[in-house]
Write a protein that binds this ligand. Structure first.
Ligand SMILES: Nc1ncnc2c1ncn2[C@@H]1O[C@H](COP(=O)(O)OP(=O)(O)OP(=O)(O)O)[C@@H](O)[C@H]1O
Ligand SMILES: [Mg+2]
Length: 354
């Protein structure tokens, strides 16, 4: 696991507990994603009016944007119990059958990382989603028979960072697919403001804005950076003595984030590795996705679904029919010039966060 402060996945136990406590509980509390929120609200309200289970929902988007949070909100807002499972935990059709057959009527079943479920289970899920029914195979070989089993109606909420990996028949069976987008700086400020309250951190607006700007458009990263700023503020004694409350201003934020090598744009190690490859090894591109993936030692899907959307969004990379190309802004940000390599005493592309 990476120790990178801005890496989407790096999390300790305290971090997880804090994350849980910070999760908004209702759609109204949920910041940003206005479009998705409106769509979900409509879908849930219609289901409630007709006293039926809501349609199956697929949540797609990069890590840390709120998929798990939304799944919990769907259950809470429709006042239904929630069962949580995940693709990697479903390695056989039998694993899925056990979960499905024990659902209570109306239950919300959340399957995280649904693209990692076993193929055989996927096929069972098609029927379950469509007809609330599964066929259970009993016995082996020539004597095997299948016994149909009726299920309680349920709402499936699937989450995936790689919706492109889902087979079409599965994707088509969701009544609604929500594509989560990176958050704007203003939205992240709202997320941070709420979290600062819970951390009893006294922090001003400029300081919050600085953290937001370096959070890679991702609430989870914003909250994590805020905790490091809180640590810094505690240790550097801007807190009234003897109390577990701290105060942070812009200077404290800058010092804390500098200490942890958080890039001014919030780029993480993989982002930087991709940029380094495009800029210095391929002189700005174009570079094909698979070449890029091999160069940085990552799966092409991760580059495509986690790294690239952010780099495109902040204007460092553009996609062309011939491959990925670095923009003029990218050259400037890294202090490089096309065809010339490093142009001066700029910060190295590879700095380890932490
Ligand atoms: N819209 C939001 N408003 C406030 N906080 C949010 C929002 N979205 C996410 N968060 C915060 O970010 C954290 C991460 O969100 P969540 O676990 O739902 O992301 P995820 O998309 O499920 O990530 P992964 O793909 O890694 O599972 C949560 O603890 C929550 O506090
Ligand atoms: Mg999640």
């Amino acid at each position: 696991m990476s120790d990178d402060l801005t890496a989407p996945q790096a999390q300790g136990e305290a971090e997880l507990a804090f994350e849980g406590a910070l999760r908004p509980k209702t759609l109204t509390e949920f910041v940003g994603q206005a479009k998705v929120r409106g769509q979900l609200q409509l879908l849930l309200t219609a289901a409630r009016l007709q006293e039926r289970t809501a349609d199956h929902i697929l949540l797609a988007g990069p890590p840390g944007l709120g998929k798990t949070t939304l799944a919990m909100i769907v259950a809470a807002e429709s006042d239904r119990p929630l069962r949580m499972s995940s693709g990697p935990a479903i390695q056989h059709a039998g694993d899925l059958a056990a979960v499905l057959s024990s659902l209570v009527p109306g239950e919300v079943l959340f399957i995280d990382e649904i693209h990692r479920m076993a193929r055989s289970a996927e096929e069972m899920l098609y029927l379950a989603m469509e007809d609330f029914r599964i066929d259970i195979m009993v016995g082996k070989g020539a004597g095997a028979t299948s016994i149909p089993l009726d299920l309680a109606p349920f709402t499936l909420v699937g989450a995936t960072t790689r919706s492109g990996l889902l087979p079409n028949p599965l994707r088509d069976r969701f009544g609604f697919t929500a594509h989560l987008e990176f958050y704007s700086d203003e939205e992240l400020e709202q997320v941070l403001d709420r979290a600062a309250g819970m951390l009893e951190l006294d922090i001003d607006k400029r300081a919050l804005a600085e953290i937001a700007r370096r959070s890679r458009g991702t609430p989870r990263i914003a909250n994590r950076l805020l905790r490091r700023v809180r640590d810094y503020a505690l240790v550097h004694g801007q807190a009234p003595s003897g109390r577990d409350a701290a105060r942070a201003d812009l200077a404290a934020v800058q010092a804390a984030l500098e200490l942890y090598d958080v890039d001014p744009l919030g780029l993480d190690r993989l982002d930087r590795a991709v940029m380094e490859t495009i800029l210095t090894r391929f002189d700005g591109g174009p570079v094909g996705l698979s070449t890029l993936a091999v160069s940085v030692g990552e799966e092409a899907e991760t580059i495509e679904s986690v790294v690239e959307p952010f780099l495109v969004r902040i204007g460092l990379v553009s996609r062309t029919p011939r491959g990925r190309v670095a923009t003029a802004q990218a050259w400037r940000h890294f202090g490089l010039e096309p065809g010339r390599g490093p142009s001066g005493a700029q910060q190295p592309l590879f700095t380890d966060n932490l």
